[in-house]
Design a protein around this ligand. Structure first.
Ligand code: HAM
Length: 403
């Protein structure tokens, strides 16, 4: 038997209902915040992700589904959505047009990670990206949007916040951090030593318990921010307080993608196990320029849909539409004909086999139909149809022309 690839799932009806409920809710809220839909290709040039997410990030260095296509192009399945949206933004010359542009998207992303609960190789994100707003009010508004989406779905969360500084305050901080790690070099793990040369700030994200204990004494970027980053971070926390959004400052929150500066945030859930990040994002003011566009401030986030599905409070599904069945062979043609005309306006489930009433009622119940409608030879002779309203538990016989 051919099976789906490891870490790649089929989505069947019950999950699909949760899935569409999530997409519909998030879409409605994103639209209320002034965002418009964008769809970008699943396949992009590999260099797009190398230049944006970063060569030394785990995503690019270990997790990409990368291959050479038939035209000798080095391409890969997108591991995340931001890079493609920025590419589209620049390609469509929206950077040159100026003004504010706000997009939302959803779709599959691919990362060759070790699969476990909440960690897939093909997973789905809902994300938003905003271009052209420098003000930290936009960062706050984005955080409030995630909060609105999670609240609408009945999902509890903790919000973790940090600032990753800017070109002015990050480089001296990075050097301080490297000096600190070098001073405890003999005690830290090999991954951290490797990261010192490639992506030093990510040592703070190390999951090794010894490293985590050692880094409690590491210098904190939040204490080394320049005046402008510091003011922005203080203003952000002030706006969140004003709007009753609770947060924790996590000075080790560095995010796994290289393009961030200033605000970085993650929403985590305590109810889904070790892969607890349900949304993450932040500001990326330099990325448009990195991808050959005109410097444009930008901020965004993405939510991992699979991680949210099991947390969603689904509204009770209501019975809807019709179930049609024949009690005798000779009634099947009429049942099919009536089904076709009813389908112009309603959901209709149809059974092509003649069966007794009990079997049809059972099937109608399973199909969540509101009405079970059957025709047998008696009804054929009388020109009638027997209907049971499964919600109200009432029955009636009506003329076929009135159906
Ligand atoms: P990210 O933190 O890599 O950020 O991913 C966002 C969310 O996608 C995570 O919080 C998690 O819920 C989900 N996720 C990530 N990897 C997996 C996986 N292997 N299996 C299941 N779910 C996963 C980004 O992707 C950025 N593009 C977010 C962003 C948008 N920043 C600015 N704009």
């Amino acid at each position: 038997m051919i099976k789906s690839l490891r870490g790649m799932n089929d989505i069947l009806s019950e999950d699909y209902q949760r899935f569409t409920h999530f997409i519909d809710t998030a879409t409605e809220i994103a639209k209320r915040y002034g965002y418009h839909f964008i769809e970008t290709p699943l396949l992009e040039e590999t260099s797009l992700f190398k230049r944006s997410v970063g060569d030394s990030s785990d995503i690019v260095s270990k997790e990409m589904y990368q291959f050479i296509d038939k035209g000798d192009n080095d391409v890969c399945l997108r591991p995340e959505g931001t890079a493609g949206v920025v590419r589209a933004f620049v390609q469509k010359k929206l950077d040159k047009a100026g003004g504010i542009h706000r997009f939302f998207y959803h779709g599959p992303m691919f990362r060759y990670e070790r699969p476990q609960k909440g960690r897939l190789r093909e997973f789905h994100q809902f994300g938003v990206e905003s271009f052209g707003v420098e003000s930290v009010y936009e960062d706050a508004s984005m955080i409030m949007m995630v909060s609105d989406i999670l609240n609408a779905l009945g999902i509890g969360y903790r919000l973790q916040l940090n600032s990753l500084g800017c070109n002015e305050c990050m480089p001296p901080y990075r050097q301080n951090l490297v000096n600190f790690v070098k001073s405890v070099e003999d005690k830290v793990c090999d991954d951290c030593i490797r990261r010192l040369d490639t992506n030093s700030i990510r040592v703070l994200d190390c999951k090794n318990p010894t490293c985590q204990t050692l880094y409690r004494d590491a210098p904190k970027l939040i204490n080394s921010l320049c005046a402008s980053c510091n003011d922005d971070f203080n203003k952000l926390t002030e706006i969140l307080k004003e709007n009753n959004i609770e947060y924790e400052i996590d000075t080790n929150l560095v995010r796994g993608l290289d393009y961030y500066s200033k605000t970085a945030f993650e929403f985590v859930s305590d109810n889904i196990g070790s892969q607890s990040a349900i949304a993450g994002g932040g500001r990326y003011d330099r990325l448009v320029e990195f991808l050959d566009g005109k410097p444009t401030p930008a901020v965004g986030f993405a939510m991992g849909i699979e991680r949210l599905l099991e947390l969603i409070d689904m509204p009770q599904t209501k019975r809807d539409g019709y179930y049609m069945g024949a009690l005798d062979e000779e009634a099947i043609d009429l049942v099919v004909k009536l089904t076709q005309s009813k389908r112009k306006t309603h959901i209709v489930t149809l059974d092509y086999k003649a069966k007794n009433l009990q079997k049809h009622l059972k099937a109608a119940d399973k199909a969540d139909a509101k009405f079970c409608c059957v025709i047998g030879s008696n009804e054929l002779n009388n020109g009638t149809i027997w209907i049971k309203n499964l919600q109200e538990k009432t029955e009636e016989i009506i003329k076929i022309e009135d159906f």
